[in-house]
Ligand binder design. Structure first.
Ligand SMILES: C[S@@+](CC[C@H](N)C(=O)[O-])C[C@H]1O[C@@H](n2cnc3c(N)ncnc32)[C@H](O)[C@@H]1O
Length: 236
C-alpha cells in the first residue's frame, strides 16, 4: 500500500522537532478524557495519527491495555517506536494512513484521534475508524474546529499552511460522525487544561523549521477567535 504524505509545513515542523502531545490540551487533557471511559486491561485501543507515541505509551503503561498506534509519517513512526522500546512497552506501531488501515474489522474497544482528522479525508477516515471498532466501541476525538465559516482567502491560508483537507464547524463534525454511522455523539469544550509537550528532535533540523513555528504562532494569533477545538465522543 502506498502511503501518501500531504504537503504540510506544519507537519514538517512537528515531525522534525518530534513534538509529543501535539494536540490542544496535550497529554493532561488525554488523561482527563480517559478517566471518564471504562478501560480494562483487556481493552484494545487504537491511536490514529499517534505521532511520537506519547498517548499510546501512556495508555499501555497506565491501563496495561493492548494499544496500537498508526501514523502516516515515517519519521513519527520511527520516533514512536523508539519511545515504546525505551519504555519496554508492548505497543504495536504501524506505518499507514488513517484512510486505509491494514487491520481486521471490529478489532478495537476504543479509537482515539488527537488533532489528526483535519489532515485526512474525514469521511474516508471515519469509515475506517467505524469499521475497526467493535459494536458498542467508543471513538474519542480531540479535533480542530472552527467557530464559524471563514472567507475563502482565509480558509486557503490555513489549509495551505497546515495541509488540512478541510475545516469543519461543530455542526459539520456531527454530520461526518452521523454519516459514518456513529451514535451518542457528545461535544465538549475544555480550554482549562494545558500540558508541556515533550520533544524528540531529529538530527537534521533546518533553520526554516523555526520560521514555520513562528508562522504557526502568527496564524494562531490571527485566527484566535475562530480556530479552536472540541472533544467529540461517540459510540458505534
Ligand atoms: C498534530 S499531530 C498529532 C500527533 C499526536 N496525535 C499527538 O497528539 O501528539 C498530527 C499527526 O497526524 C499524522 N497524520 C496526518 N495525516 C495522517 C493520515 N492521513 N493518516 C495517519 N496519520 C496522519 C501526522 O503525521 C502527525 O503525526
Amino acid at each position: 500500500m502506498g502511503v501518501l504524505i500531504q504537503n504540510s509545513k506544519y507537519l514538517d515542523f512537528l515531525t522534525k522537532l518530534g513534538i509529543g502531545g501535539a494536540h490542544p490540551g496535550g497529554i493532561n487533557l488525554t488523561k482527563e478524557i480517559f478517566k471518564k471511559e471504562t478501560i480494562k486491561k483487556s481493552s484494545r485501543i487504537l491511536d490514529v495519527g499517534c505521532g511520537t507515541g506519547q498517548t499510546a505509551a501512556y495508555l499501555a503503561y497506565k491501563y496495561g491495555a493492548y494499544v496500537t498506534g498508526i501514523d502516516i509519517s515515517p519519521i513519527m513512526v520511527a520516533k514512536a517506536k523508539r519511545r515504546i522500546e525505551k519504555k519496554h512497552l508492548a505497543v504495536n506501531i504501524i506505518h499507514c494512513s488513517v484512510e486505509e488501515i491494514p487491520l481486521p474489522d471490529s478489532d478495537f474497544d476504543f479509537v482515539i484521534s488527537e488533532s489528526v482528522l483535519s489532515f485526512a479525508n474525514k469521511p474516508r477516515a471515519l469509515k475506517e475508524i467505524f469499521r475497526l471498532l467493535k459494536t458498542g466501541g467508543r471513538f474519542v476525538a480531540i479535533e480542530q474546529t472552527i467557530n464559524y465559516p471563514l472567507k475563502e482567502d482565509e480558509e486557503t491560508e490555513i489549509k495551505e499552511f497546515y495541509g488540512f483537507d478541510s475545516l469543519s464547524t461543530k455542526k459539520d463534525w456531527v454530520t461526518f460522525f452521523r454519516e459514518a454511522g456513529f451514535e451518542h455523539i457528545r461535544i465538549q469544550k475544555n480550554t482549562a487544561i494545558h500540558s508541556v509537550p515533550d520533544f524528540h528532535y531529529s538530527e537534521d533540523i533546518a533553520p526554516e523549521i523555526y520560521e514555520i513555528m513562528q508562522k504557526h504562532f502568527e496564524l494562531i494569533f490571527k485566527y484566535q477567535g475562530n480556530l479552536g477545538y472540541r472533544i467529540y465522543t461517540c459510540t458505534k
